[in-house]
Design a protein around this ligand. Structure first.
Ligand code: AFP
Length: 310
């Protein structure tokens, strides 16, 4: 068990991760119980839109504020990007390898799936830790993770040591604990579930043909929050996609703080991730809010998907 305060246990990081990276996930975990406790009172629209033009819930703004304060306070963080903010926040210096400069830029979706607030379904926080200024490709990720607010609050973390699942809990003394419950998460070899976003009439014909095949083979698991749907794939094997649509050829999900972190996690767990043509981690972004089609899951299913879209 690791307290979500590195000083509490000397910053001993699981798997030998850079303590500065571990401090970022400690900061994310430390906010989780407070964000979860605040959700019942923040199920309404804020009346504002985010840089992607999407309606923002009160819960989105609250999570963004808490996470922004916690992450930018970490010594190793030089820059912070959020779905809810137009531009990067300077958090202490130019990210990169220069001596003395903070090495990391962090990109987050503070409350992925916030439209599930009204229906009380799963949602969570997505985190990407890059060692290059943003926008950057997924190859510049050194770690990624997501908090999942389900029946249990869990955090999945992927880094050089692999992929692990932690239970995040507020202790009686007010501290927050991170308990590793799975220390080597791998996609099961035999896929079981699928979840495809967008409206079926808006799917291109080639994706529709692929979806029809998958529907005959796997069980539908689509909950409207990428973190919950991807966690199904990570747990049971299968495929999650928010595909290119006829009305939106770039799909819906953002590369920097949704597709890249999820692709990094799934690939570290033995799976694959593509935009339909190339590995998601190789997509070159122009801006931090660039959208990209996302298909992630078992390698064989992704290979079939790419053949179907050729
Ligand atoms: P919200 O955060 O606005 O609920 O959007 C969630 C999301 O970005 C991603 O988590 C889901 O996979 C996808 O959108 C669901 O989109 P649809 O509502 O179009 O199914």
């Amino acid at each position: 068990m690791t307290d979500a305060d590195p000083a509490a246990d000397g910053g001993v990081a699981p798997g030998g991760t850079d303590p500065a990276v571990e401090a970022i996930f400690d900061a994310v975990a430390a906010t989780a119980p407070e964000i979860r406790a605040a959700l019942p009172g923040r199920r309404v629209e804020s009346g504002t839109d985010n840089p992607s033009g999407e309606s923002v819930m009160a819960g989105d703004l609250y999570a963004d504020e808490l996470l922004g304060d916690a992450i930018t306070a970490v010594d190793g963080v030089g820059s912070f990007v959020s779905e809810e903010r137009e531009t990067a926040v300077d958090a202490g210096g130019a990210v990169g390898e220069a001596d003395g400069e903070p090495p990391y830029a962090v990109a987050i979706d503070p409350l992925d799936g916030s439209s599930n607030l009204r229906s009380n379904n799963a949602m969570g926080t997505v985190v990407g830790v890059y060692d290059a200024p943003l926008p950057a490709t997924g190859r510049d990720l050194v770690a990624a993770g997501y908090v999942l607010y389900g029946p249990i609050t869990t955090m999945v973390v992927a880094d050089d040591a692999g992929v692990r699942e932690e239970v995040v809990e507020a202790d009686a003394d007010g501290s927050v604990s991170r308990t590793v419950v799975e220390d080597d998460l791998r996609l099961p070899d035999d896929p079981l579930v699928y979840g495809f976003g967008g409206r079926v009439p808006d799917w291109p014909d080639d994706f529709t043909a692929y979806a029809r095949e998958i529907e005959d083979e796997l069980k539908l698991r689509y909950g409207g929050a990428m973190v919950g749907d991807v966690n199904q794939v990570l747990t049971y094997g299968g495929i999650f996609a928010y595909p290119a649509l006829n009305s939106a050829p770039d799909g819906k999900l953002r590369l920097s703080f949704e597709a890249n972190p999820i692709a990094y996690i799934i690939e570290r767990a033995g799976g694959a991730a593509t935009d339909g043509e190339v590995d998601i981690l190789d997509v070159e972004p122009e801006g931090v809010h660039d959208r990209v089609p996302l298909y992630v899951g078992n390698e064989a299913l992704i290979e079939r998907l790419q053949a179907a879209l050729d």
